[in-house]
Structures are given as structure tokens and as C-alpha cells.
Ligand binder design. Structure first.
Ligand code: SAM
Ligand code: SF4
Length: 331
């Protein structure tokens, strides 16, 4: 294990940023309605997207500034051409590598992940019903995704299922998801519906942490609160005697910004110091001009607001409509 340089990406609240989420592409093979606007997104043309070599090099700079964990995301990260080469190079940096994927082509990567030690995989699965999956994702890949999830669990990957809850769509499946943790050591992570450009967010469609816990309690009785890992974005629980656990990402009703250690790098090389940041810092242009980007990164983090890019109390439409859609940020 290579030693991690001292954390240097520190904001004015003293938060050390050691976790980088890299979007490998803004393209996706699904069209989840809460993520992708109805008319799709304007894709960046190829020349504006970081090449694989540029991603590695920019990631090395982040590493030198104390980043110890990199999560690959997108769009759908696994559809990026030659992702295998990139993943090997990033693993070589000595960071903990993690992945968020929709799972469609995960089977092509199991051997590679075992070889390089990538264990932590979050797979998005909003429903356990095939017809509903087609409704949510506008594509028919449910059987393939389920097969890959089962294989990943059998092969001992550390699996979390990401579920974005939308009232009237999948909230009635909350307890079915929790039931999956009865005999399997997996995590199910319920995510409160968040607002981004063009996703027609309306909190009336959202399901709060409190509602989720009440629903779980109504079926399984009193659940147990688990100790959350440092910097965790979810509050974690367990039904006593169940093997796995469940967590809730309560960005809307109970934001967890105080412990935030995350930075995002979009596929077109922009650094976002917060998921909701409307201001972005271009790293790719100075990098291509041969300039050092370390100071640019350190200055960008100093601009970070304490919570949700300044939307401390409520989500404001005039603010989040200036952000990108989730698929182009890299959630
Ligand atoms: N394509 C991959 C996937 O679906 O896992 C990675 C990218 S996706 C943007 C990352 C995560 O963001 C997914 O778990 C997805 O469910 C979540 N997400 C997308 N839009 C969201 C929204 N409006 N609110 C909350 N979570 C959202
Ligand atoms: Fe694609 Fe993931 Fe967004 Fe679904 S949630 S449209 S799979 S990027």
C-alpha cells in the first residue's frame, strides 16, 4: 500500500477533502426519469471530454494533495471505452477505488475488479419489479441487472443497492428492499429525491428519512441504529438478526454537510466543490495549457459553502436549475 500524502484540500470550515468522485462519461445506457431530463442532455463533444490519460494525470494531482479514495461514476462509467485500462491505472495510484454503476455490463468487469481489489460497488436498483424498471429507466435491462447483482453478491463483492425513492412509484417497495438484507450481507441505501436541472423536482414526490423509518418500523419493529463510518452520507440501520443493513441518504430533510469530504470531477474536467455547486472550476483547460492545477484546486475548495452550495434551509429552484443534471455531474 502506497502512503497517502497529507490532506491539503481543506475548506474554510476545516473540512479535509480526501474523496474524489470522477465522472468517466456523461453518456448513459439508461434514462432514469429522476436523473435524465425528458429531452435528454446536451452531450459534450469528444474533444471537450477528458481523455483517459488526462483523467489519470489529473487524478495524480488530487492524490498528491491527499485524496485517498476515488469513486468512478457517470453517466454510466462502465460504458467508457477502454475503461479497463483507466481502472488499472487508477488502482495503481494506491487509492481505495469504488464504483457506482447501473449494473448492466458489470459482468464484463468482475475479473478485473477481483484482480485489482475493487470491492465496493454501489448498484442503482429502484424497483424489484421488471415492468416498473422499464417505466423508471425507459429501457428493458432489468433481468440483466438482477443477474449481475446476484453474481456480484455470490462473488463476495461489497454491494450496496442505491434506491431513489419517489412517492407512488417505489415507496411501497421499501420493506421488500429491507427484506433483501435478511439473509444477505448487503446494504440497501434509500436516497431522498434531489433537485437538479430539468428533473422536475417536487418534494411532494419525495419520501423523507422519517417516513422511511416509520414504514420499516411498521413491518419489522424497532430497528437498530448502527455507528456510521466517518464522512458517511447515509445514516445506517439494521433490523436485528438480519445479515445486511439499510441506510438513508437524507440530503433534503437532514443534510450531512458538516462532515463532507467530497469533491467531484465532471467528464469535461470541471471541479465541483459541492454536488449542488453552480460555480465550477475548469481544470482541463489549464491542464491542457501545461499549467499546474494544484493551486486551482486548493483555491476552488476555499469557495465551498457550508451546506448545499448555500441552500442551507431550502432547495431553491432559481439555484438548482443553474446546476447540471445528475447524469452530467456524476452523482
Ligand atoms: N449510472 C450510474 C448509476 O446509475 O448508478 C452512476 C451515475 S448515477 C447519476 C449515480 C447515482 O445518482 C445513482 O445511484 C442514482 O440513483 C443517483 N441519482 C440520480 N439522480 C438523482 C436524483 N435526482 N436524486 C437522488 N439521487 C439521484
Ligand atoms: Fe443513467 Fe445512472 Fe442516471 Fe440512471 S441514474 S440515467 S443509470 S446515470
Amino acid at each position: 500500500m502506497k502512503t497517502t500524502p497529507k490532506p491539503q484540500i481543506i475548506d474554510k470550515f476545516g473540512r479535509e477533502h480526501t474523496y474524489l468522485r470522477i465522472s468517466l462519461t456523461d453518456r448513459c445506457n439508461l434514462r432514469c426519469f429522476y436523473c435524465m431530463p425528458e429531452d435528454g442532455i446536451e452531450l459534450t463533444d469528444k474533444s471537450g471530454i477528458m481523455t483517459l490519460e488526462e483523467i489519470v494525470s489529473i487524478a495524480k494531482t488530487f492524490r498528491s494533495l491527499g485524496v485517498d479514495t476515488i469513486r468512478l461514476t457517470g453517466g454510466e462509467p462502465l460504458i467508457r471505452k477502454n475503461a479497463e485500462w483507466l481502472i488499472r491505472e487508477l488502482a495503481d495510484l494506491g487509492v481505495t477505488l469504488k464504483l457506482t454503476t447501473n449494473g448492466i455490463i458489470l459482468d464484463k468487469y468482475f475479473d478485473l475488479f477481483k484482480e485489482i481489489g475493487l470491492k465496493r460497488i454501489n448498484i442503482s436498483l429502484d424497483t424489484l419489479e421488471k415492468s416498473k424498471s422499464v417505466f423508471i429507466t425507459k429501457r428493458d435491462y432489468f433481468d440483466r441487472i438482477m443477474k449481475n447483482i446476484h453474481t456480484a453478491i455470490d462473488q463476495d463483492f461489497d454491494i450496496k443497492l442505491n434506491i431513489v425513492l419517489i412517492k407512488g412509484v417505489n415507496d411501497m417497495e421499501i420493506n421488500d428492499f429491507v427484506d433483501l438484507t435478511r439473509n444477505k450481507n448487503i446494504g440497501v441505501k434509500f436516497i431522498e429525491f434531489m433537485p437538479f436541472k430539468g428533473n422536475e423536482w417536487d418534494w411532494d414526490k419525495g419520501v423523507s428519512k422519517e417516513e422511511i423509518l416509520n414504514i420499516v418500523r411498521s413491518k419489522f419493529g424497532e430497528y437498530k441504529k448502527l455507528k456510521d463510518p466517518k464522512h458517511s452520507t447515509s445514516t445506517n440501520f439494521k433490523v436485528p438478526d438480519f445479515e445486511g443493513s439499510f441506510g438513508i441518504v437524507s440530503t433534503i430533510t437532514n443534510p450531512f454537510c458538516a462532515g463532507c469530504n467530497r469533491i467531484r470531477l465532471t467528464a469535461d474536467g470541471k471541479m465541483k466543490n459541492c454536488l449542488f455547486a453552480t460555480a465550477e472550476t475548469d481544470l482541463l483547460t489549464p491542464y491542457r495549457n501545461g499549467e499546474s492545477i494544484s493551486d486551482t484546486i486548493l483555491n476552488s475548495i476555499k469557495e465551498k459553502k457550508f451546506s448545499r452550495d448555500g441552500m442551507d434551509v431550502e432547495m431553491k429552484k432559481e439555484h438548482y436549475e443553474q446546476n447540471r443534471s445528475m447524469t452530467s455531474i456524476g452523482g
